[in-house]
Each structure stands twice: as C-alpha cells, then as structure tokens.
Design a protein around this ligand. Structure first.
Ligand code: ATP
Length: 504
C-alpha cells in the first residue's frame, strides 16, 4: 500500500482537537522530529509505533507543551496557538501518562492527585481526592486493591502505573479531551492491560481521544482507530483501521522481524528432574512456599499476574546467591529508580561493574585500588562492543544517559548485566519499552548466553516471552501455583495457573 496515499485519504478536518503542521525539534545535532503533520480528533484512539529513538516521546512532549518546537504550528480546535505551553495544553484538555512515571514518591496517592488538580483545595480536599482517585481506579482497573492513602514509594511499579493512568483520566473542572498514554502497559500484566484497553474504547465513546504509544504492537492493532508510524523523527505512515496489522506496522517501522519466528518449547529437551550439583535450589517465603530449581544454563521464567511476589522472589534469589558468593547481575525493573545513574554518561552506566574490581578466572574478586580503580581503555572497549551488539542508538557513549530514549536506556542496563562476568543473571521485566526488533535480538542473546552456561531468571509481564524459557514458575499471592516446562507453557496454561490457588 502507498503510505502517502493512506495518509491523504484519511485526512479529515472535522472534530480536530489538536493539529500539528510541519513540526520540527532538534537536540544538538540530533533531529528528533522533522516535518511532522498530523491531526488528533475527538473520540479517536491513535496508536503510535516506531523504533527506539524514533521521536515518539519527544512528539508527546510537544503536545503537552513541555518542548516548544523550532519549526511548525500547533492548532487547537482549528485555531493556531500563539504560545503553546503546558498551561495551554492543560486548557486544551491534554493529559499525559509518562513513560517514566511522574508521581512524587514521597507523597501519598491522594496528595499526588492534588498536585495536578488545583481545585482539590480547601476543607476535606484529602477525602475528595481519595474518593475521586478510587472511583477512577474502580472504573479502569476493577479489583485494583489500592486504598488511596498509601505513599507512592510503597506501591509496586504496576500499582504506580495504574495510579498515574487513573489520575490522567480523572474528571475535574479541567477538561479531559486527549489523554496521551506513553507505554502505559509496560508494567501491567495481560489481565490489567486488557482492562485498560477496554477502558480506552469506552472513553472514546464518550468523546475522549487517546494516544496509545506502545511497543506491544498487538495492543495497538487491537485498539487504535489509526496508527501513526514514526521512523527517524518522521512520519513513516499513517495506517487507517482497516490496514492496521502487526505486519503492516513493522513494515512501516522499517524493521525486519519475522513475527512467526517465536521458538517452540517442543524443540527444547524438557528436563523434568534437576540434577543436584548442576542446579541452583532456593526455598523461601512464608512457610517456605517458594521452591525454585534452576539448572545451570537454563532460562527460568517467573510468570503470573503482576505483583504476585515475583519481584520479591527475584530479590530473595539475589540475597541467597550473594550469600553463597555466586557471580550475579540484576537488571532492575524500575529503570529510573533502581537502574540508571542519571548524572553519569552512557559509558559509565554501562561499565559500572568495573568499579567493583575484576576477577581472575574463578578466583575471588580483586579489590579496586585508588590508582587502578578502573581500566578505562578496557572498559571503553567493552562499552563500544556492547553498544554495537545491542544497538544502543541516539547519542555518543560519553553523552549523559538521559539523552537516550527510554528504550535505549533499557538496552544499556541489559548490556551492563551481559557484559559482566555474572553466571547468574536476574532480570525484572528487562525488555520494558524496547522495540520489537531489538527484543528479538535480546531473546537470541539470552538463548545464546544460556547455551554457554549462564543461567537467567526472568520475570516478565509479557506472556510471549515465556516461549524463550526452559521452565516457568507461575506466581499467585506470594506462592507458586505451577511449574510449566517449555512444551507445556502456552497462553491458556499460564492464564489457568495465574488464577489458581497457590500451593500451601
Ligand atoms: N533531552 C534530550 N537530550 C538529547 N537528546 C535527546 C533528549 N531527549 C531525546 N533525545 C534524542 O531524541 C531522539 C528521539 O528520542 P525519543 O525519546 O523521542 O524516542 P522514542 O521514540 O520515544 O524512543 P523509545 O521507544 O525508546 O521511548 C533520540 O535520538 C534521543 O536520543
């Protein structure tokens, strides 16, 4: 299909809330956006897809008035905006759920509501804020389990994502006309993500437009009325509803991914029993309910609905393995809080493990000395090798880590673990925000490294990823309901085990 023809045929100026015409934005020498024209219409869900660094978040920062574009015009309800800043965006009814969540960790859920909704002042504001938040959470995520007085810092990443989404949709005196959702399901399990997608449809019926940015292309194909595909800061295609398939999106993104190329568990030899000295065994939790066997050289999945004890189990494995002096690396799930060093460069973020000193073969860790704290040349070589290998793009290695797009930051964390000498690698949703092409490369890397004897423990909220695991433990309420071997691990079995009672 001719992409340009698709773009023209779908141009319709009725009900246009926000119009973009020829928008351009640069960061130094990086052209983040070039000549972007697009109309966002009332009640419509627009999916936005594109490789990591394609310019999606930058475009959203323009729509929310955070970045002023250097070229182009923005129209609101058909009229060119003279000064389109965050206030103008708020008055136009634009709300945003950011990829790096924007909640204040040291405030409660209700207090975070009051921060963005100025009318929540005066007597009883706390009670009103709590009520509004709970009503909105009930509407989007029935059974969410959030009370409203909790500190954000005490919530799981999934719960924080739910609060941020509910806050953006909450009706106050400020209008809600266009809600931008930047990777809103990256920490939600399939069940909770489904609740959100249903709600997006309902909101559309009430005239609320949404923008769904996601690397989970199935979600976009299922939900969006039109899909804007971006490539290198430009519009690569605008696909109307009838042309939206995962394949069409991937083709427009310019990525070469065989969507059917998922491995079949049946091709791997399933090992029912685990041999003593070749395996890790861990037992922990209340009444020692969590028992995990991880043969060396295997990829072990942690599955189940989000927040059922998987992250806690990863931490317990980390503690146990550290005590027994295993060489271990951890890819943190909450990138902004636990993963990156925001004041450091990309290279420093990647080679931080060198600060811990190096091992001689299997011997003890050599303590770093003041004079030889870091072997700069060697660490530079490693950073360069991994930048190439995993495709970290967008800025030179010496640039600050925050100048990378979210997905590229995630690749740095992954490279940090793989570049280390760790034999046991724990991963808390490591492909959050990573584009589909890079994901496939990462899956291949994990399988290759496992074949070389490394063991991976992999918690993910994406059920597709268990196809790459040798055995998968399904969690429910802090315990394990089932262990599925590769050939038994399919969507149906995962779903059934996710809702089973955990073994006492
Ligand atoms: N604050 C910044 N300083 C310098 N460069 C930046 C900054 N923010 C973004 N960029 C660059 O602009 C380009 C577009 O980044 P953007 O975050 O918009 O991509 P994205 O499509 O949202 O990617 P992802 O899918 O990884 O989130 C990238 O090359 C990125 O490195």
């Amino acid at each position: 299909m001719n992409d340009q023809a698709v773009t023209e045929s779908t141009r319709d100026y009725a009900n246009v809330l926000i119009g973009l015409d020829g928008i351009g934005k640069t960061f130094g020498r990086v052209k983040a956006l070039a000549d972007i024209s697009f109309d966002f219409r009332a009640g419509e869900c627009v999916g936005i897809a594109g490789h990591n660094g394609a310019g999606k978040s930058t475009l959203m920062a323009v729509l929310t008035g955070v970045f002023a574009p250097e070229q182009g015009t923005i129209t609101v309800n058909g009229r060119p905006a003279r000064q389109y800043d965050p206030n103008a965006a708020r008055e136009a009814g634009v709300r945003c759920v950011f990829q790096e969540l924007s909640l204040c960790a040291n405030l409660s859920v209700a207090e975070n509501m009051a921060v963005v909704h100025p009318e929540l002042r005066g007597g009883n504001w706390r009670r009103r804020a709590t009520r509004l938040m709970r009503e909105q959470l009930d509407a989007i995520f029935p059974g969410h389990g959030i009370k409203g007085h909790e500190l954000i810092a005490d919530l799981t990443l999934t719960q924080r994502q739910m609060v941020e989404i509910a806050r953006a949709f909450t009706m106050t005196r400020d209008p809600v006309k266009l809600v931008i959702l930047d990777e809103p399901t990256s920490s939600l399990d399939a069940h909770t993500a489904g609740q959100l997608l249903t709600y997006i449809g309902d909101a559309g019926q009430r005239g609320i437009a949404t923008i769904l940015i996601s690397h989970m292309l199935g979600e976009i194909a299922q939900t969006a009325h039109r899909v804007l595909v971006m490539r290198d800061g430009q519009v690569a295609a605008v696909l109307p509803r009838e042309a939206v398939t995962q394949d069409a999106i991937i083709r427009a993104m310019g990525q070469h991914v065989d969507v059917e190329a998922e491995p079949s568990g049946e091709t791997r030899v399933a090992r029912e029993t685990v041999q003593g000295d070749t395996a890790y065994h861990w037992t922990f939790g209340k009444s020692r309910r969590v028992q995990i066997d991880a043969p060396r050289g295997e990829v072990i999945g942690f599955a189940g609905l989000a927040g059922q004890g998987q992250s806690e189990a990863l931490l317990a494995v980390y503690e146990a393995a550290t005590k027994s002096r295993e060489r271990i690396a951890f890819v943190a799930g909450d990138r902004a809080r636990d993963g990156i060093f925001p004041l450091w460069s990309i290279a420093q973020n990647l080679d931080i493990r060198w600060l811990l000193g190096k091992r001689d073969g299997d011997g003890p860790m050599r303590a770093p000395t003041l004079t030889k704290l870091i072997d700069r040349r060697a660490s530079g070589r490693i950073a360069e090798t991994w930048r190439e290998r995993i495709g970290i793009r967008g800025a030179p290695l010496r640039a600050n880590i925050l100048s990378l797009s979210g997905g590229n930051q995630q690749k740095v964390l992954f490279a940090r673990a793989l570049a280390s000498d760790a034999q046991l690698i724990l991963m808390d949703d490591p492909t959050r925000g990573v584009d589909i092409g890079t994901k496939r490369d990462i899956y291949q890397l994990v399988r290759n490294e496992a074949a070389r004897g490394r063991t991976f423990i992999w918690y993910t909220t994406e059920n597709d990823e268990f196809a790459y695991c040798d055995r998968t433990y399904v969690f429910r309420a802090g315990g394990i309901t089932r262990m599925l071997l590769a050939h038994e691990c399919n969507e149906q079995a995962l779903l059934a085990a996710s809702f089973m009672e955990a073994r006492a």
